[in-house]
Design a protein around this ligand. Structure first.
Ligand code: ZN
Length: 326
């Protein structure tokens, strides 16, 4: 008889199949769904009624179509929506960003009425509302006016919270802005509204969004407010820690198609919930994958460490998951 120490490695299961994969009941014991509709969030790009850009990206809709759209998403089990609006009445001080009943207030109110189960996140940034298309306000000498920008972002956050936002998302990576937004929310009595700032890497993958929402600065660029691709892994970790210290309770990384390495690195460093934002420039490529391929891509982002995936493919993938359970 062969001594135990001389026995060969255990053989595979019947037909070479590993026991943990052999029977459906055992697979079910050890595995969880790679992706569910509840993991997904959909960007909602709200346009004034009559604007010609509706339908140019999934989720780009007129204000009057917001209710119908979020109702459909909620019915599919999609977990959240992130609201961006095409700002109107733009001026140098972004006055309309905090005007009563502006497009953001109307959109958030409409979502709350139509789909109260959806988690609502709003973008807080100047670029939809400044005549320059810049994220920040400037002094006469063209320096960033920090106080005025912080004040604007704080007021926007409170206004969005009053309209029903669950989370506000400061978009420009301006140090001090998360602290300012957190303080404004606390002072306004909105301690339970979350702050989810960005870790935004410079990329061409914001293109379709910027073109539709007219948020490209008229002159120059915003690389000072973004992470440099060549340093993105380390800089994202540094910035994420800073945001947490300033009062962030979750974080968004964008884009992800060209930054999965950054997502993995962030996950290893951060316990806070991470949102992976598959940005507008990823959509034409995702489309080529078809529903099944898109689903695999988004599942990969979950596996790589995202707690939540914000994607223009949300509705198509949620529909696919509904039709193809398991
Ligand atoms: Zn901006």
């Amino acid at each position: 008889m062969t001594a135990l120490t001389e026995r060969p490695l255990p053989a595979a299961g019947p037909d070479g199949v590993n026991p943990s994969r052999a029977r459906p009941a055992v697979r079910a014991l050890y595995t969880r769904p790679a992706l569910t509709a509840g993991d997904l969030g959909a960007p909602l790009l709200v346009l004034p009624d009559g604007h010609s850009g509706a339908g140019s990206l999934p989720g780009a809709v007129h204000l009057s179509d917001v209710r119908r759209t979020v109702n459909r998403w909620s019915g599919l089990g999609i977990g959240g929506v992130k609201v961006f609006v095409l700002g109107h009445d733009r001026d140098i001080a972004a006055t309309a960003a905090v005007s009563a009943d502006n497009l953001m207030v109307q959109a958030v109110s409409a979502i709350g009425a139509a789909a109260p189960d959806l988690a609502v996140t709003t973008e807080v940034c100047g670029c939809s509302w400044t005549s320059s298309g810049e994220c920040v306000l400037r002094t006469r000498a063209e320096d960033i006016d920090l106080d005025a920008t912080y004040r604007l972002m704080g007021e926007m956050a409170v206004q969005h919270a009053e309209a029903g936002a669950d989370v506000v998302s400061p978009t420009a990576m301006l140090d001090g802005s998360v602290r300012a937004v957190r303080a404004a929310l606390d002072d306004g009595g909105f301690r339970d509204v979350g702050v989810n700032p960005n870790l935004a890497i410079h990329t061409t993958l914001y293109g379709p969004f910027k073109a539709l929402m007219a948020t490209d600065p008229a002159t120059g660029h915003r690389r000072g407010l973004q992470l440099e691709p060549g340093r993105a892994q380390r800089d994202a970790v540094v910035q994420a820690r800073r945001w947490i210290v300033e009062g962030a309770d979750s974080l968004t990384l964008q884009p992800v198609m060209t930054a999965v390495d950054v997502l993995v690195r962030l996950r290893a460093d951060q316990e806070a919930p991470l949102v992976a934002y598959s940005t507008s420039g990823e959509w034409p490529a995702l489309r080529q994958l078809g529903s099944e391929g898109m689903t695999e891509y988004l599942a990969m982002l979950r596996r790589a460490g995202a707690d939540h995936v914000l994607t223009f493919a949300a509705e198509q993938v949620a529909t696919y998951l509904e039709r193809n359970p398991g």
